[in-house]
Design a protein around this ligand. Structure first.
Ligand SMILES: Nc1ncnc2c1ncn2[C@@H]1O[C@H](COP(=O)(O)OP(=O)(O)OP(=O)(O)O)[C@@H](O)[C@H]1O
Ligand SMILES: [Mg+2]
Length: 267
């Protein structure tokens, strides 16, 4: 990470998150089954799980973008599903695909939130935007449009935009996917440094083992829409549960590949 990185100090408090008996169905399909966990204020909590296990859906319920079928999510004392909660908690969600406004330049994407919320004058906004772009090595792309950027660059812009919001709760969906190894390492350092300097609660959804083991205070493993285990990173260095062990350290067996096993099981 660059030595110039300092997180913008934010005013106010951070929030813990409580997920209680949360079930989410789409039609007749249940995607999340009775999920329970608690994220303490200031914690870095990582939710890990295979593709399709329900991580993004879970994050959408926490961010209040969707409403659980039953159960609830509380952000501090507020109900995440209540639209009024958005006025009380500065929540930043870094979407898996970036979710940038294609008609706005990188600069204007970042400036949107402080402008709309009249957080400071244009000069102040400029300082904050350029600082965030510098942290993510994006200064040269300030006036590019999202369509001109690579996938990894879009991801970095989305993270820079979250930093500019000075969030009180940070939610990341796959922050390191599409990034090269050096940028992934930088990202891991940024998430950790942000939490260190601002004590902001950070909830990270990922299948990146390095990310989880390096910065999590606690990890929850989600599989098929159910929490399979929760613990500290050390608990997952040599997991006794063979399913979790295989998820963390999948064996690559070229003589007996998985897709052949699948073919055989259908015969
Ligand atoms: N709006 C929706 N309607 C119906 N099914 C959905 C909807 N959104 C997600 N799903 C289903 O829910 C399941 C979990 O999806 P989700 O996007 O949460 O997976 P994920 O763990 O984030 O996977 P990945 O690691 O690939 O991002 C999938 O089977 C998906 O098809
Ligand atoms: Mg996802």
């Amino acid at each position: 990470m660059t030595s110039t990185f300092t997180a913008t100090p934010f005013v106010g408090k951070t929030f813990g998150v409580t997920v209680a008996n949360l079930t989410k169905k789409y039609g007749h399909t249940t995607v999340l089954h009775d999920i329970n966990f608690e994220v303490k204020p200031g914690e870095i909590f990582v939710i890990m799980g295979p593709s399709g296990s329900g991580k993004s859906v879970l994050l959408k319920q926490i961010a209040g973008l969707e409403t659980p079928t039953s159960g609830e999510v509380r952000i501090g004392e507020y109900d995440a599903a209540d639209p009024a909660t958005r006025d009380k908690v500065r929540l930043a969600l870094v979407f898996q695909a970036g979710a940038l406004f294609n008609s706005l330049s990188v600069y204007d994407n970042l400036a949107l939130y402080p402008r709309e919320h009249r957080q400071c004058n244009e000069a102040g906004i400029r300082d904050r935007v350029m600082h965030a772009l510098q942290i993510l090595s994006l200064e040269k792309s300030a006036y590019d449009f999202p369509s001109e950027l690579s996938g990894g660059m879009k991801k970095r812009v989305a993270i820079a935009r979250a930093l500019v919001m000075e969030p009180q709760l940070l939610l990341y969906d796959e922050p390191t996917s599409e990034l090269d190894p050096v940028m992934s390492a930088t990202l891991i350092e940024i998430i950790a440094t942000l939490r260190e300097q601002t004590a902001v609660t950070s909830l990270v959804v990922t299948h990146d083992r390095d990310l989880a083991l390096n910065i999590a205070d606690r990890i929850a493993i989600i599989m098929d829409g159910r929490i399979r285990a929760t613990g500290k990173p050390a608990d997952f260095k040599q997991p006794s549960d063979p399913v979790i062990a295989n998820f963390f350290n999948p064996v690559i067996d070229l003589k007996n590949p998985r897709f052949k096993q699948l073919e055989n099981s259908h015969e």
